[in-house]
Write a protein that binds this ligand. Structure first.
Ligand code: AMP
Length: 418
């Protein structure tokens, strides 16, 4: 027997109402903030992510699904959405459109991670990107949007964590300060941190190993090493957030796992757990589009993980709209009635009524049981007499009542609240 690959799962019919609910809230939030949907392909040229997300990041170096297709092209299943959206933005000349261009996506992302709670090899993201505007007011609006999305879902108790990691001008000096601080402490930190010290010092700050915590806590802060422009941007953002009355917590250890971020980085966390369980995160990426070969174009966005959101909705018992059961079940006995039942079902569906027609030649009792199991209260029963008379016996299961109804009346009856 085959099973779904490790780290992937089937989204079963009984879970679909949660997913539809999240997607509906996402689409509605985007409508309110003026974002339009873009669906990029799930695989891209592997170089796009190497270049965009960064060669030295875990996502690209250790977790990316890369394969050669039959034409010898090196492709990758997308590990995230931002690089694809920026590629599409350039490919379709959207840089000629009025700025900022606001786009969103919903779809799967793939990372070869060690599967555990809240961490999968295929997960789904809802993300937004606003391209072409460096105004810190846009950062504030994007953070407000992320927060409102969670509010609209009914997921209480989320918090915003904020940091600024500077830009090309100021970050090199900050990284030097970080290296200078860690170098004499290299023996105190884990083996991974020793590698990070050489390859990606920013990631030293978000190490989860308990022994590294005191060292990371006392490390130099990027926010203290910003150039005047980045500092002004960060100050303005915080003023806008205060104006919007959005509570946030500054965390000098928030750096995020993708190379493209500049200045603003933020995360939305659920109240109950630590950094592992971020519901979403994002930030500014003012160099990414130029890095991908486009004109210098600032950008900012966020992405949220739908599996974690669905898990949160279930845990907090947030009510989501149920899928309505079909309105009518058609049971039938005999060969002629089978034809009449199929015909009646087809007619009713064309008129917009959701109908299940019994199949499988089961006894009337078994057919009624099936209607019950499907949660359908109204059953039209057709036998030889009904075929001849052009009627059905309409049975209301809950009330155990039934009446004979001409087929022509059935439509009207179904339209009215029965
Ligand atoms: P990232 O692109 O890493 O910022 O991820 C954005 C959001 O997607 C995170 O905040 C998580 O909610 C979710 N996410 C990231 N990786 C995974 C994963 N492997 N499994 C489930 N959700 C994930």
């Amino acid at each position: 027997m085959y099973r779904a690959p490790r780290g992937t799962s089937d989204i079963l019919p009984q879970d679909q109402p949660f997913w539809r609910y999240v997607e509906a809230r996402a689409a509605d939030t985007c409508r309110l903030y003026g974002y339009r949907r873009l669906d990029p392909p799930v695989f891209e040229d592997a170089g796009l992510f190497r270049r965009g997300v960064g060669e030295g990041t875990d996502i690209v170096e250790k977790e990316m699904y890369v394969f050669l297709d039959r034409g010898g092209n090196s492709l990758a299943l997308r590990p995230e959405g931002t690089a694809s959206v920026c590629r599409a933005y350039l490919e379709h000349g959207m840089h000629h459109q009025p700025r900022p261009v606001k786009l969103y996506y919903i779809g799967p992302a793939f990372r070869y991670e060690r599967p555990q709670a809240g961490r999968y090899r295929q997960h789904h993201q809802f993300g937004v990107e606003a391209l072409g505007d460096a105004d810190p007011a846009l950062d504030a609006e994007v953070i407000d949007m992320a927060r409102q999305f969670f509010v609209s879902l009914g997921l209480g108790d989320t918090s915003i964590i904020l940091n600024s990691i500077g830009c090309r001008q100021c970050r090199p000096a900050y990284l030097e300060a970080l290296r200078a601080y860690y170098a004499p402490r290299a023996r105190e930190v884990c083996a991974d941190c020793q590698v990070r010290l050489r390859k990606n010092p920013l990631r030293l700050l978000d190490c989860k190993t308990p022994g590294c915590q005191p060292v990371a806590e006392a490390a130099p802060k990027s926010a203290d090493h910003l150039c005047p422009d980045c500092a002004a941007h960060f100050t303005a953002l915080k003023q806008y957030l205060e104006g919007l009355q959005i509570p946030y917590e500054e965390d000098h250890r928030l750096v995020r796992g993708l190379d493209y971020y500049t200045r603003t980085v933020f995360e939305v966390q659920s109240g109950e757990a630590g950094r592992q369980s971020a519901l979403g995160g994002g930030g500014r990426y003012d160099d990414l589009i130029a890095e991908l070969g486009g004109p210098p174009t600032p950008g900012i966005g966020f992405a949220t993980g739908l599996e974690r959101i669905v898990a949160g909705l279930k845990k907090q018992a947030v009510p989501v709209p149920a899928e309505p059961a079909p309105q009518l079940f058609i049971a039938h006995i005999g060969a002629e009635a089978a034809v009449a039942a199929l015909k009646l079902g087809a007619t009713l569906r064309r008129a917009g009524t959701a109908v299940i027609v019994a199949t499988g030649g089961r006894s009337l009792k078994a057919q009624l049981r099936q209607a019950n199991n499907l949660g359908i209260d109204h059953v039209a029963i057709i036998g030889e007499d009904e075929v001849r008379a052009g009627t059905v016996t309409l049975r209301r299961m809950a009330a155990s009542e039934q009446e004979t109804v001409p087929v022509g009346r059935l439509l009207e009856l179904l339209r009215a609240p029965l």
